[in-house]
Design a protein around this ligand. Sequence first.
Ligand code: TXA
Ligand code: MG
Length: 410
Amino acid sequence: VAINNHLSLTLTIFRLRILQDLQLSILMHRLSYYYEVMSLSVSQQLVFDAANILHQGDLVAFPTETVYGLGADAGNADALAKLYAVKGRPVSHPVIVHLADAGQMNHWATDIPPAAWVLADAFWPGPLTLILPRASHVLDAITGGQNTVGLRVPSHPLAQALLQAFGRGLAAPSANRFGRISPTKAAHVREDFSDAELPWLLDGGDCAVGVESTIVAFQHGFPFVLRPGMITTEQIKAVCSSGGERIGTLTDVLPIPSLKELTQQEHYSQEGDLETIRVSGLLTRHYAPRTKLYLVPGFRLMATVEARLAAMASLEIKRREAPVDFSQKAKPTRFGVLARQAKPAALGLFGQQVRWVQAAKDAKTYAQELYAHLHALDALGLDVLLLEAVPENNDWAAIADRLRRASARA
Ligand code: TXA
Ligand code: MG
């Protein structure tokens, strides 16, 4: 299809040369039409090619609305082995299976609690992952040997197109090396994996949500949040407890007070029978940049910045006084700040020492841009990154969670 269109485009250009002005403008119009048809079919062709690559057991990185995923055929053990090898992830960690629609849930899971259907209905396609009892055929490489499987229907149009063309379950962790920052741009994926390691990368632009999906697990049919995401606990609670036809029978099974909101710590200490769940996103140090990173409350940010500048200045003075003694020591040169507040004018003089990045004030945009900021700041090779802490409320819960993990000491 692409070649045919290319041919007609070439022919059109050729014919253009022998036409009068009026006809020329008409043809210019046709030309742009051909161009659109061509680019459309080229991308469709790419999606089919990518689906074929997946069928052959190779990997394809693709965009989702949350972060880029590193996809492999969820039913192919060899493809999954490749996935774990390239990502550098321990094989005991489970991976999410991405589906084109909720209709495929029954193929991958059994004993699906009513609340899961309600949540799928409300939030799919979208940034929500459901942890459900696995169907017997699901490979251990998917579940990490556990009796559950994580399922998600992403909403990104390119992810949807790929899943439709592929027709099967697509295992996909975030497309970063294990323990690194998740990618929200195709270029981030390329920072972590070379062309040779990962020849196939579909570029779908910047991810709209920007942090990984909300993960919901169930115990005795009751949902609880395993990993916070931009679909908030409040939203989940509201959907599970509201009336409506499909939910009607649910209210019996799902009284509001039973909805559990567990942080990981509570999760491990209180949920005896869930203790074996392994969630790599829940390892304390995760999503971390290479640069040392500190979380600082907003009210203490300026004092921290000033103290650092003062320490740097006195070190510099000592260095000048005793250059020999200090020449061997690593010299602090420049640190970064990621804050919702603007760079104070007083810091204007310290452009060399402080790289100040102003993040968005609203949670949605902040989340969208967070990993891009961290990628960019990390690439500068700064001594330290100071992250202004974010508000402690439901809208910011997923962001606070990621900042906490990124700043956790190994
Ligand atoms: O938004 C997302 O969820 C992105 C995009 C690509 O879909 N994916 C993602 O995958 O973040 P990953 O592998 O980086 O994180 C998925 C998390 C991991 O912490 C994994 O342990 C957990 O989901 N997980 C997967 N299956 C699970 C299961 N059966 N039980 C408990 N946790 C599970
Ligand atoms: Mg990840």
